[in-house]
Design a protein around this ligand. Sequence first.
Ligand code: CDP
Length: 315
Amino acid sequence: TLCLGSLLTTALWIIVDNSHIVPSGPPSPKKTPPWPSDLCKGCSSQLRSQCQGFDRAIITQANTPVGSSIVYAAEKKKTLKVTPGIFSTFIKENPFPKKKWDTCAVVGNSGILTNSSCGEMIDSAQLVIRCNLPSLGKGYEKHVGTKTDIVTANPSIMLKEYGGLMGPRRPFVESLHSYGKSMMVLSPFSYAHTTPVCLRAVYSIRDFESPIQPMFFNPDYFQSLALFWRSRGLSTGLLSTGLVMVNIALEHCANVHLYGFWPFSNHPFELNAVKNHYYDDKKGKWGVHSMPAEFDLLLRLHSQGVLKLHLGNCR
Ligand code: CDP
């Protein structure tokens, strides 16, 4: 295991702080936040009491009845009235069990995972969370693993790669096979124009009887997370998917391990070029996120022992 020791953390902190490493997305205008010294003491219980991801991270038929209004996370002036049709796409009850998981792995998509040999370690976690329908298999197994319990799906993937699901839907549903019976969390209520494609994704999954379990993020949860971290110094518009999933893991897991979080273009130890994703080099649209500031937060949480950030190779 090459997770960071405190010495490396300090060294890395200096590197990041001095901006010698260039973000692999567009430069962020935001400066490194002045974190409070006890940034998140008892982080899990604070998150549980203030953000309640346990009950509120996912829209369910129990927490969002027909007739209620959903406010879009990134377009606060837009709302959606829940009709019986929309309601029927919600899962019935909260998908998270009451018990806490012991070890969880949250896998970001950074190219830092390339040749990392972290697959086995990732798969050994009780719960594995992945982001934005990443490529699995195809020779990536050794470095990123194959186990998936929760996977998020950004609507832009359905819009760009599957024609907005307006044509044949089988290719999309077949692409989900590599995630097995996992929970698939879509984000239909951040931007109004993405709602229809997310609903079509649920219809397609049901029509083809795919074993994956689709569900929707609750935009209220994004709001309370943003407030939670803003009050601790993180000034960012929308939190990245990866950071949202880290927060969910912090509430539900005794030990949270992060892999593939490195939004910079050079490797921290080997200094070679690092792609934005381990499976492609598409640049992130980071205008709405503040990736280096988010990474800075993760690094702080690592040094406070709240979570374990893995940046080196696993063997
Ligand atoms: O589309 P988005 O930028 O949210 O995510 P992605 O590129 O599919 O990657 C998933 C998550 O991994 C992001 O939300 C980030 O939290 C993290 N990530 C990172 O830390 N460094 C990268 N170079 C790429 C992604």
